[in-house]
Write a protein that binds this ligand. Structure first.
Ligand code: THU
Length: 131
């Protein structure tokens, strides 16, 4: 299984593809699924600002579009502009739903370049569900 450091390195690679001329805040995400497949995503902005897409949801969209059906083991998120680049509220809701019941590990980078992690159930408790 990919280490946290290896997954974060791939999130860094993904952040290099970010299209963010408005915020100039690149974000990259890399998700490791239970199937051992990985999917990367970057943020994509638009002149109509509200249409901008987050890196994490792009990575999940790519996975679902590719037919990935397993749960999410862990996700690494990176921005060169901010240490500990936590997922926004919308991405937390997506992660919770598409995790397939897994308590997703969220890997981030500290100020000093070391990794740290949190779990979705801790940073997004009492989430909205239809059942
Ligand atoms: N952004 C992400 O890609 N992921 C998040 O979880 C939060 C924010 C992006 C959206 C926008 O392009 C830029 O960061 C600044 O908000």
């Amino acid at each position: 299984m990919l280490s946290d450091e290896e997954l974060l390195e791939k999130a860094k690679e993904a952040s290099e593809n970010a299209y963010c001329p408005y915020s100039e805040f690149p974000v990259g995400a890399c998700i490791l699924y239970k199937s051992s497949k990985i999917f990367k995503g970057c943020n994509i902005e638009n002149a109509s600002y509200g249409l901008s897409l987050c890196a994490e949801r792009n990575a999940m969209s790519s996975a679902i579009s590719s037919g990935e059906t397993s749960g999410i083991e862990k996700i690494a998120i990176y921005s060169p502009k901010s240490p500990k680049c936590f997922p926004c509220g919308a991405c937390r809701q997506w992660l919770q739903e598409l995790s397939k019941g897994e308590n997703v590990k969220i890997v981030l980078e500290n100020d000093d370049g070391s990794t740290c992690y949190y779990y979705i159930n801790d940073i997004f408790p009492y989430s909205f569900k239809l059942i």
